[in-house]
Design a protein around this ligand. Structure first.
Ligand code: PMV
Length: 352
């Protein structure tokens, strides 16, 4: 009898975080979004994941995982990764006969208030599909590789599907786009040159853990009285946003992006139970941004994730003015003056 052969090796991927401009909030089935969303892929906020693997169907009869975060064991992360891998085992049968030594690290400090699930889950998905190719001795086309890694990322964390895509990504079915619920697609055609090197400075208002997990947050939408109207609104805003981006109408872009951030938080506030994830300093900084904009007429806008930290979005051409505004007026409201300077980025990178 010929035994299936043993394959050993090492893979390593770097994958970025992303910031949604039209938000995904509400899901159904196996991580399908209730509305389409769009995001900028970031550059400096990323995860690096390395996996040493041994695939040996003759000797390894289940999935063996040893996980470390920045070289140290981390039970909470390990449990999440194991349950994710078990959840995709039927689709990816090589996971039934493999030992994985996984180490992951983030470019941004742990507990800086930056959610790492998009970068971490996409880095893991990239490693897994890379391993699958090596075991099967097949190389997927770039397009197929992007599709399947975005799909696997999505199963780990919905928004992670968008991190696979360079620059600008849409995830979720929508009549106006060739998009899908299964994976995200690249939509560079909407990037007017004003978005070249576009900035996202993340103002860390509080580094504390979120008081509601995104899984629980999505679930709250099931009973939110505004849910259906919201899904319609998100899909309409996606059309208006991409139209504005295409012609470089940054004022309309900024209005929609800010409306989206506040809608996301309004939905949480009127959920049952209700959550207020902004801090007093979040509101303070929002007011400062708005009055600075009114005074200077400079195109600087904010968005928020499901937490208190602000993302400042602005074109490269006004970076000097924004830097001085941040230093003079905003820094003092950030936790230990912490700001993570980021920019629109080119997507994941294979390191090994
Ligand atoms: O990917 P999840 O399940 O962590 O959900 C993320 C949801 C938001 O970050 C609030 C919005 C988004 O579209 O990224």
């Amino acid at each position: 009898m010929i035994l299936p052969s043993k394959t050993e090796g090492q893979v390593k991927w770097k994958s970025p975080s992303n910031i949604a401009l039209v938000k995904y909030w509400g899901k159904y089935g196996r991580q399908f979004p209730k509305n389409a969303s769009i995001s900028f892929t970031l550059s400096n906020a990323y995860s690096i994941t390395q996996i040493n693997y041994t695939h040996d169907p003759a000797r390894i009869k289940n999935l063996v995982v040893n996980f470390t975060f920045e070289g140290k064991s981390n039970k909470a992360f390990e449990d999440r990764i194991i349950s994710f891998l078990l959840s995709i085992k039927d689709e990816f049968t090589f996971l039934s006969n493999i030992a994985l030594n996984i180490d992951s690290e983030n470019s941004f400090p742990h507990s800086s208030g930056i959610a790492s699930s998009a970068s971490a889950m996409s880095a893991l998905a990239l490693c897994l599909i890379d391993i699958k190719q090596k075991i099967e001795g097949k190389t997927l086309s770039k397009l197929e590789f992007t599709k399947i890694t975005s799909h696997v990322s999505r199963l780990g964390s919905g928004s992670a599907s968008r991190s696979i895509i360079p620059k600008l990504a849409i995830w979720g079915e929508h009549p106006s786009f060739k998009s899908s619920n299964e994976y995200a697609i690249q939509v560079d055609e909407f990037l007017h040159p004003i978005f070249d090197n576009f900035h996202d400075d993340i103002l860390i208002i509080s580094p504390n853990e979120k008081s509601v997990s995104s899984t629980a947050g999505h679930k709250l939408m099931d009973n939110n009285p505004y849910a259906e109207e919201r899904y319609k609104q998100a899909n309409e805003r996606l059309v208006h946003l991409t139209e504005s981006m295409k012609i470089g109408d940054i004022v309309s872009f900024g209005k929609i992006v800010e409306d989206e951030a506040l809608t996301l938080h309004a939905l949480m506030m009127c959920s049952d139970p209700s959550y207020i994830l902004m801090e007093p300093n979040t509101l303070h900084v929002i007011n400062l941004i708005r009055s600075f904009r009114q005074k200077t007429k400079l195109p600087i806008y904010f968005t928020l994730d499901a937490g208190p930290n602000l993302h400042l979005l602005y074109p490269d051409g006004i970076k000097k003015e924004v830097e001085s505004f941040i230093n003079k007026e905003l820094k003092t409201f950030c936790h230990n003056g912490k700001i993570i300077k980021d920019q629109i980025g080119n997507g994941p990178e294979k390191l090994l």
